[in-house]
Design a protein around this ligand. Sequence first.
Ligand SMILES: Cc1cc2nc3c(=O)[nH]c(=O)nc-3n(C[C@H](O)[C@H](O)[C@H](O)COP(=O)(O)OP(=O)(O)OC[C@H]3O[C@@H](n4cnc5c(N)ncnc54)[C@H](O)[C@@H]3O)c2cc1C
Length: 418
Amino acid sequence: MDQAKEAAKIVVIGAGMVGVCCALYLQRAGHRVILVDANEPGSGASYGNAATFASYACIPVNHPKLLTALPALLWGSARPLSISLTYMPTMLPWLLSFLRHCRRTEVNHIIRALGVLLAHAEDAAMTLFRSADALNLIRRNGTIYLYSSERSLAGAQDDIKRRRRQGVAITELDISDIQDLEPQLASVFAGGILYDDGFQLLDPQQIILKMVEKFAADGGQVLREKVTSLARNDSGDIQVIGGSRSISARQVVLAAGARSQTIRSGLIDPLPLDTERGYHVMFPDSATLLNRPVGLADAGLYLSPLNLGLRAAGTVELAGLNAPPNPARLAYIERWVHRVLPQVGQRGDTWLGFRPTLPDSLPVIGRSSRHPGLIYAFGHHHIGITLGGITGKLVQQIIDGHPPTVDLTPYRPERFAR
Ligand SMILES: Cc1cc2nc3c(=O)[nH]c(=O)nc-3n(C[C@H](O)[C@H](O)[C@H](O)COP(=O)(O)OP(=O)(O)OC[C@H]3O[C@@H](n4cnc5c(N)ncnc54)[C@H](O)[C@@H]3O)c2cc1C
């Protein structure tokens, strides 16, 4: 195969929300950047998500209650969480580490560390959305989270208090408030909350494409190439090797989402990255049924009214990167949609996406221990759309040796070396 040799200062691998934000922050700081993706930008996890900008989302999936609730959550298809028995042996080390991070002290640490990133998320992302002329793809109307029973509402009170302590603005909603805000919803909820400052993207991929357009217009290079390996070259730089070309880079940002550990290289630390698979079902004619994203706490889903229609997105399936889509997960989502919005129209496209998740539900943002020019920016699990901007800003600060906006200790890759 022809190997085109190109000299570049910084290569960013992955043009999802995280990689594109890294590329833009680096470009804004004056670097020459090449953005490489195997597919169309914004077509990975950043495509089919629930599109909520969730600055309130400091409570991780890791939870002390999971230690006792896990067996019940895994049993049967009527649950928000499912695990493939065939994938279980492969995933066991991740799962055990995940459970260790469900202890209260660990969870408190995660909440603080996510809260710190989330506090800077909106400013960092909006800077890029604005400069890409994408503000027309944002809608600010708050985000609702609803509970089906008094029991689940009562069970959420501790987490609501924790979010408030992190500075999240929350208004409690009774049944009539819910009806006022979202009159089309069936009366199947015991109560809920409004995240007053929550907002949504009306089309996540379009926003990413607008940012890529801006990046290219300002001189950035965008390549369609699957990166297969990374190697140290004679000059000590990193050789980014794909099927049809090989690029030398002084610095490389690895932002390939859930596939960040599939690239062969002795330069990449073996980090415990796995995936929490999630699904969506579109209802193209039903976007007008809701005024804002509505989270269904007991279903593990959001219903998000987008430019493309109503999107029901969520659930967690532990089954790795290679298993085919699971129709039972899609049927589960559809059942919930019909229960809470009986008048919903025809179902459209369905989608399976791969959240990149480390067992402590914190991203890795920091340098490789094996090559100082390799910087990790992956593992944003349920909130990568929200955290892309601040991650991009932090990566630029790492590369430029500037004091970071936040203390990077909780996100260091070395935390798994213990
Ligand atoms: C159902 C669901 C709902 C969600 N809802 C929300 C939400 O409401 N709000 C929120 O903030 N987050 C949400 N998320 C999470 C969010 O979508 C992810 O955290 C985020 O998209 C991760 O972005 P990323 O850039 O790291 O990964 P991706 O978007 O997956 O991008 C990685 C890119 O790397 C490329 N790539 C991979 N391997 C290679 C290679 N070898 N060579 C070149 N390119 C490569 C891929 O093609 C891809 O484009 C949701 C996720 C799911 C699944």
